[in-house]
Write a protein that binds this ligand. Structure first.
Ligand code: BGC
Length: 718
């Protein structure tokens, strides 16, 4: 009885809330209609295009503020001048530098994405920004893509779960998230003009789900259309993507903002779903959505109702953000924000190899050689694209000094020169891949004298950047020669790679090395890294994308569909992106999706589903026991993959459907529970144009990585 009453009370509360919310929404729409009625056509159109680099006009006489925005994914960018990209030289805009997208993805922890969002939201409020141009959730299709570090993973489900929480975090502070870049912004080469031919199944199953989740479950207030074309139409004027899918099917109520300078026509963009045109330079009244849009309305090519709809969407965003009743003041670069950056960084670091059990470092280590330009480099700024004027950024060397300085003698050698700038031509950058023998000799002399050598290599924000893709997977700056020389003289060499995308680590992996992967890991990067080296943090990150053995193993290269010909590229691999490709084609990767070690081990037993047979609307409740068999506490990311047995259509060998990160004390066992909706087993039928759950047998795999399947069970869908 008590249970029944509680259930009724909960239902009342829930539905009561829902209907109150609906009432509020309805009242808001009435209010917005009233405001629109008072506006002139000119006032409306002024709201639909930039009036400075990062704002569009408000209507002062009606109390509507400018729609201010700022980048971006790594934290709130410093204030720049209104009409050019130079610093406004503020002293109050030093911000928290947050770990990059692939680092957050490597945590496999939606709570970390949420923390990230809350920091972004609070710092945006402190700077009076209504829209934050983050997070960026494109699928990592091509390992060379210059923006891989900004994006999250190669898997739509992992991306989606993190997208929901990042958006919720930002918007919990009454700041609008702008989820970007919609859609399939998979490469930087020819990004403004490349046409991506993607079959609808691949679009629906791979490239759109994170955006859908961000809209439907995260309630994202704004979306940024991508630069590229999808199936013949620029994303800023793509009726299918913007009108049909985003607005009609998914019920998106907010505003679509163009990428900067990503609009190409007035009438097409206005009628096909774009709401706000943004760009990089004036004269602002000559933009597609300025005088030409006014003329198009007057000529009857764009209806005033279409204009009203755009204004309605912008006002809706404002009433949920800057014009909302409880708009918080915000705060910037606080200790709590630093702690969030630390938490995310410490969960993102991936232990790739520890065969010699060199890690965690023993207390008797008395001397450490820290080698490599990345040990003293900061990553908050660099290259094209958004960076952060970080209030502080702890380098690897500083972190190691702070954690080991009391007990060990720490010396530094640069080891290599990072001679590459994103704004130089290929010719000017030529030779940046060559080792510097003098620096190598210095590093070798130092490494000979110490108990341990920690080699900090990888790339940096110039080398991985918006605006260009990398040319190869090779480690840059002659780093391999440095690794070989240092490890020849010091057997206790630990390689720390700092980068945001896959690299060729074949040679390093083959030798007897200890390898740690860190990222562009934010203000607290050095502290988090040093705590992992020391064992204060047990590493728990797992790779959010596959590292191929060779570039030609990866789908777009194997099928010769990157970077395209004549500004056209066909996604020939269809749904087989990332591990879906490698597994289905039996190609062994260097590091598979979901891979990462710990200082302890986990044993899986007893994978169970609550039933054997399911119907379409059912939930599959899955449990599995995971025991920490080692001597230290650790966090395991339990991954659930499914495979349709005897599928009537081609499907990937494995698809991630659920995951959970759990902390387990030594010798203890955790009962890990996860749910999968039967409807999420569907594939998209290209011909029927709908999602179909095929009846029959499904294999369920509980795994520690996509290639380390620990327990298997099966169930049936009727
Ligand atoms: C990028 C966007 C960014 C915008 C504004 C564009 O070049 O693609 O991600 O938000 O610039 O800085």
């Amino acid at each position: 009885m008590i249970k029944y009453i509680t259930a009724c009370a909960v239902a009342l509360l829930l539905f009561g809330n829902v209907s109150a919310q609906n009432k509020n929404e309805a009242a808001l729409q009435v209010k917005i209609s009233g405001i629109i009625k008072k506006m002139t056509l000119e006032e409306k159109i002024a709201m639909l295009h930039g009036n400075s680099l990062f704002s569009s006009a408000g209507v002062k006489r009606l109390g509507i503020p400018e729609l201010s925005s700022d980048d971006g994914p790594l934290g709130v960018r410093e204030e720049i001048k209104r009409f050019d990209w130079n610093s406004a030289n503020w002293t109050t805009d030093s911000a928290t530098f947050l770990p990059n997208g692939s680092a957050i993805a490597a945590t496999w922890n939606p709570a970390m994405a949420n923390e990230y969002g809350i920091v972004i939201g609070q710092e945006a409020n402190a700077r009076n920004k209504i829209v934050m141009l983050a997070p960026a959730f494109n699928i990592c299709r091509v390992p060379l893509n210059g923006r891989t570090y900004e994006y999250y993973s190669e898997d739509p489900y992992l991306n989606g779960q993190l997208a929901i929480q990042a958006v919720k975090g930002i918007q919990s502070q009454h700041v609008a998230a702008c989820v970007k870049h919609f859609a399939a912004n998979s490469q930087e080469v020819n990004r403004n003009d490349i046409n991506e031919e993607i079959d609808e199944r691949a679009l629906r199953e791979i490239y759109l789900p994170a955006f859908k989740a961000a809209v439907q479950e995260g309630n994202a207030y704004t979306i940024m259309s991508a630069y590229n074309k999808v199936n013949g139409y620029w994303c800023s004027e793509n009726d299918f993507l913007l009108n049909k899918v985003l607005k009609k099917e998914w019920g998106f109520k907010g505003a679509v903002i163009s990428d900067w300078g990503g609009v190409h026509h007035t009438v097409e963009a206005a009628n096909n779903g774009l709401d706000i045109e943004m760009g990089s330079s004036g004269p602002y009244d000559k933009w597609y959505f300025a005088d030409p849009l006014l003329a198009a309305v007057k000529a009857g090519q764009v209806s005033e109702e279409t204009i009203n709809d755009k204004v309605r969407r912008i006002l809706w965003v404002m009433y949920h953000t800057s014009l909302s009743d409880h708009h918080p003041e915000g705060s910037i670069a606080t200790a709590a924000h630093g702690k969030a950056a630390y938490d995310i960084a410490s969960e993102s670091i991936v232990l790739l190899k520890n065969d010699a059990h060199l890690l965690p470092l023993k207390a008797n280590v008395k001397s450490i050689a820290v080698i490599g330009d990345n040990a003293i480099r900061t990553f908050a700024l660099g290259g094209f694209g958004a960076g952060v004027k970080a209030k502080y950024e702890v380098t690897a060397l500083a972190g190691i000094r702070s954690r080991f300085g009391q007990s060990a003698d720490i010396k530094f050698a640069q080891g290599y020169k990072a001679n590459y700038l994103a704004n130089r031509t290929d010719e000017q950058n030529a030779g940046s891949d060559k080792p510097d023998q003098t620096l190598i000799d210095e590093a070798v002399s130092l490494a000979k004298t110490t108990d341990v050598a920690i080699l900090c290599i990888g790339s940096n924000r110039e080398y991985e950047s918006e605006g260009h893709d990398r040319k190869t997977l090779a480690l840059p700056f002659g780093e391999q020669a440095l690794v070989n020389a240092v490890s020849a003289v010091n057997p206790n060499t630990i390689i720390v790679v700092m980068a945001g995308a896959p690299y060729d680590l074949n040679e390093i992996e083959k030798s007897d090395h200890t390898i740690i992967w860190s990222w562009f890991n934010g203000s607290e990067a050095g502290n988090a890294l040093a705590d992992v080296l020391k064992g204060i943090i047990n590493p728990s990150g797992k790779m959010p994308f596959t590292f191929p053995v060779s570039l030609n193993d990866s789908p777009a290269f194997a099928l010769n569909s990157y970077p395209g010909e004549n500004l056209n590229t066909t996604y020939k691999e269809g749904i087989l992106v990332g591990y879906r490709w490698y597994d289905t084609k039996n190609i062994t990767p260097l590091y598979c999706f979901g891979y990462g070690l710990s200082y302890t081990n986990f044993a899986y037993t007893g994978l169970l589903t609550n039933k054997k047979q399911y119907k379409l609307n059912d939930k599959i409740a899955v449990t599995v026991n995971v025991k920490n068999t080692g001597a230290v506490a650790g966090k395991e990311i339990v991954q659930l993959y499914i495979k349709k047995v005897n599928s009537s259509v081609s499907r990937a060998d494995k698809e991630l459907k659920a995951f959970k990160k759990v902390t387990i004390a030594p010798t203890k066992t955790a009962l890990v529970s996860m749910n999968i909706n039967v409807s999420d087993l569907a594939y998209f039928d290209d011909k029927l144009k709908k999602w179909v759950v095929e009846p029959g047998e499904y294999k369920l795999m509980a795994a520690s990585s996509s290639k380390d399947i620990r327990q298997v069970a099966s169930f049936y869908v009727r």
